[in-house]
Design a protein around this ligand. Structure first.
Ligand code: BES
Ligand code: MN
Ligand code: MN
Length: 464
């Protein structure tokens, strides 16, 4: 088979931008029920686009938000790849911190600013336009399936069931996901590890009503103070999580990995400066990259209770609460960790504070075999597009469904990240560099072409 390397014309680039901006205008915020119709609109937009490329494309309802499934299976005997991504986005709040409105995509300094620009609409659309680029040069030389969900940012609650139900339909030789951040500007990256997650909400109750802090203060329990005590006891002065058994089974990175990481262009001072922090108070005894990629951690994501309005109010609240997430690494199981923290939190409470813990969601950590031929092909595609050799790194974030993909579809997963942490996913003023977007389009087309041209050992279940 001969296949020209993709040429990406200025017209195609302009069209790729215009279409992405249209998608970015749809406020598909999965966490907010008020956006139900927008979720359907975004799903339909993607379905129609994939149908226009000749895909058999449909929107499937779930118990939550719909997902888009599309397939283009006109290359018999050739490999099949499944491209997964999500069209839902994080809530835009705090709105006042956006320089331009979150759902009015605006280009400044070569970046498009909008909620979802990098996470994950821009990266998803890079693959759609990558496929289109290949199609513009002839027949698609391999089989491609897209699975685009609308609930990633709320824990992918219905996706595992969907994959189970559609196990045969979703069968693929490799699963490609672009939903994270590459290592740094100028460093094309294949990601081979992600942290898992365990997320709980805790409520602390004191008296049966809010109390006058003069009439009752000093005698009555104070849930806000109790919650602060509980949280303070969750880490010791070395930055280690105090939950008994938390570190049991935690796998250390290999010597080979430590060697690779040591060669990465990382600088603690620059890293701290990039987020405006005066110090990096992580777990003692580990480097920043180890803390981010190979060590589990615990963070309070939100806390509430008591009076928050103007001026002062002398009151003792009856209830306080917090959201707590733990990032997990290989060797840890989210269900076990959720059980451990659920048992542990009440033991930290001062007298009179009643603690209730509610699990929200969890996800397994992942580690991907670097020898996998599809991972290597992704590296070659990046090298071809960027002209420099790629790095293989882990990431600190979580994509809980990856473990289910591997388990249920028995196919290797390739994490090919086009974005950067500086794109500010989940933050105000999220953006995506247009150069990164177009490089993503080219990388996708190059990788798919490489997969079509390369003979792969296709033993079922051959490594992940
Ligand atoms: N795209 C991210 C995951 C990610 C971020 C991977 C950075 C690698 C680097 C994804 O959309 C996300 O935000 N995931 C959540 C998962 C959670 C809702 C279960 C996360 O990591 O917080
Ligand atoms: Mn994402
Ligand atoms: Mn996200």
């Amino acid at each position: 088979m001969t296949l020209q390397p993709p040429t990406y014309t200025p017209e195609a680039r302009a069209q790729a931008e215009a279409e992405l901006f249209e998608l970015l205008q749809i406020p598909s915020v999965s966490a907010d029920p008020a956006h139900q119709a927008d979720m359907e609109r975004a799903a339909e937009f993607l379905r129609a686009k994939l149908a226009s490329l000749g895909f058999d494309a449909r929107v499937d309802a779930t118990a939550g938000h719909p997902l888009v499934y599309a397939e283009h299976l006109e290359a018999p005997g050739q490999p099949t790849v499944l491209i997964y991504g999500h069209y839902d986005v994080q809530p835009e709040a705090p709105l006042e911190k956006w320089q331009t409105p979150p759902f009015e995509p605006t280009v400044r300094d070569g970046r498009v600013y909008a909620r979802g620009a990098t996470d994950d609409k821009g990266q998803v659309y890079a693959h759609i336009r990558g496929v289109e680029l290949l199609l513009s040069q002839g027949r698609l030389p391999l089989n491609v399936k897209f699975l685009l969900e609308g609930e990633e940012e709320v824990g992918s609650v219905n996706l595992e069931g969907y994959i189970r139900q559609h196990q045969d339909e979703l069968k693929a030789d490799a699963i490609i996901i672009s939903d994270g951040s590459r290592f740094a500007q100028g460093v094309p990256t294949v990601t081979y590890g992600l942290r898992g997650i365990s997320y709980v909400e805790v409520q602390v109750m004191g008296a049966n009503r809010d109390l006058h802090s003069g009439s009752y203060g000093g005698a009555a329990p104070n849930p806000v103070g109790a919650l602060a005590t509980i949280i303070a006891r969750l880490k010791d002065d070395q930055g280690r999580v105090t939950i008994p058994g938390f570190y049991d089974g935690v796998q250390e990175p290999t010597e080979h990995e430590r060697g690779m990481w040591a060669e990465l262009p990382h600088d603690d001072a620059a890293f701290a400066a990039s987020i405006g922090a005066t110090a990096l108070p992580g777990e003692a005894g580990y480097s920043t990259l180890e803390r981010l990629w190979a060590r589990p951690t615990l963070d309070v994501n939100g806390i509430w209770g008591g009076y928050q309005g103007e001026g002062s109010k002398t009151v003792i609240a009856s209830v306080a609460g917090a959201k707590i997430s733990m990032r997990l690494v290989p060797g840890q199981d989210p269900e076990r960790i959720t059980r451990l923290i659920t048992e542990y939190l009440p033991t930290l409470a001062p007298a009179g504070a009643q603690v209730e813990v509610r699990p929200l969601h969890g996800g397994q950590p992942v580690l991907i075999d670097l020898d996998n031929p599809y991972v290597q092909a992704a590296g070659r595609a990046l090298e071809h597009v960027h002209g420099v050799s790629p790095k293989f790194t882990r990431g600190g974030g979580s994509i809980p469904i990856v473990a289910a993909f591997r388990e249920l579809l028995h196919a290797p997963v390739v994490l090919l990240d086009f974005g950067l942490n500086e794109d500010a996913p989940h933050s105000p003023n999220e953006s995506f560099a247009l150069a990164d977007y177009h490089n993503g389009v080219l990388t996708s087309a190059t990788l798919l072409r490489d997969i079509a041209l390369t003979a792969f050992a296709q033993a079922p279940g051959s490594g992940t």
